[in-house]
Design a protein around this ligand. Structure first.
Ligand code: ADE
Length: 242
C-alpha cells in the first residue's frame, strides 16, 4: 500500500519508523511518504494560513498550498482516496480500518488551526474520492495524531505486517464485535493474585467458554451498545405502558 501524508509537522510521522509499521516499511509492504505543506507556500514566511472569511477567531488553511501539494501527489497516480482527518467527519472504527486496508493508495491531508478552506474538499471530491474522518468525539490540535492512529489500525491489517495473523482474529472489535477477554501469563501466582485455574487446565473447550463469557461480561459492563441483540438480556417484565 502507498500512503502519502501532507502536514506542516512532518516530524510527527517519525513514529511510523518504529515497531511493526517500521518493519512493514522496511519489508516494502508499506510505502509511506511525508510531505511538508510549507514546501508549497511561496512567500517569504511560507504562510499556509489566513484569517477566516466573514470574521471570527483563529486561522484557516489557505487553499493554494493544499492544491499544489495534492496535485503533485495525485499526478500520475490512479485515483487515490484522500482522507482529511476532522472532528466533523465520519467516526473511524475497525470496520472502516478493514475497508481502507483494501485501498492501494491513501492520501492523508492533516489540517491545523480552524481547518482547511472548504473549496479544497470540493475540488478533490469533484475530481476523485474524498473522505472526512474523525477519530472520535473530541477535538485534537490537528490531523497528525489522528492520521498516525488510522495508519496503525489500517497498516496492521495488511497481509504480512502482523507476524501471526491469528492474533488479528480474536481481538476486540473483530469477528463478533465483543471486547477482548482479559489476558494472563506466567507466573501463575503474582502478589497473591492467581491466574484463573481454568487457563492452566489444558481443557481447550473450557478455556474457550471461559474466554467468551469474560468477553460478554466485559462488553456488557464497558460498552453495552456493542452487545449483539441476543446477548443483551433485556430486563424482563417491562411493558410498553411502564
Ligand atoms: N482533528 C482535530 N480533531 C480531530 C478528531 N477528533 N479526529 C480527526 N481529526 C481531528
Amino acid at each position: 500500500m502507498r500512503i502519502d501524508i501532507v502536514s506542516i509537522f512532518p516530524g510527527y510521522f517519525d513514529a511510523l519508523e518504529l515497531s511493526l509499521l517500521g518493519k512493514a516499511k522496511q519489508k516494502g509492504l508499506l510505502d509511506i511518504a511525508v510531505h511538508d505543506l510549507r514546501d508549497h507556500a511561496h512567500d517569504r514566511h511560507r504562510t499556509v494560513d489566513d484569517t477566516p472569511a466573514g470574521g471570527g477567531a483563529g486561522m484557516v488553511m489557505k487553499p493554494e498550498p493544499w492544491g499544489e501539494a495534492l496535485d503533485a501527489i495525485i499526478d500520475g497516480s490512479e485515483a487515490p482516496l484522500i482522507i482529511f482527518p476532522s472532528p466533523a467527519g465520519q467516526v473511524f472504527d475497525q470496520r472502516m480500518a478493514r475497508e481502507l486496508a483494501t485501498e492501494e493508495h491513501l492520501v492523508f491531508g492533516c489540517g491545523r488551526y480552524e481547518g482547511i478552506d472548504q473549496r479544497v474538499f470540493e475540488e478533490y471530491a469533484e475530481r476523485g474520492r474524498v473522505r472526512l474522518v474523525s477519530l472520535g468525539d473530541y477535538v485534537l490540535n490537528g490531523g497528525e495524531v489522528a492520521t498516525i492512529a488510522m495508519i496503525e489500525a489500517i497498516g496492521r491489517l495488511l497481509p504480512g505486517v502482523v507476524g501471526n495473523p491469528e492474533s488479528l482474529v480474536e481481538e476486540s472489535h473483530e469477528e463478533d464485535g465483543l471486547l477482548e477477554y482479559p489476558s494472563y501469563t506466567k507466573p501463575a501466582s503474582w502478589r497473591g493474585r492467581e491466574v484463573p485455574p481454568v487457563l492452566l487446565s489444558g481443557n481447550h473447550a473450557a478455556i474457550a467458554a471461559w474466554r467468551r463469557e469474560r468477553s460478554i461480561e466485559r462488553t456488557r459492563e464497558m460498552r453495552p451498545e456493542l452487545l449483539p441483540r441476543e446477548l443483551r438480556g433485556e430486563p424482563r417484565g417491562r411493558h410498553a405502558a411502564d
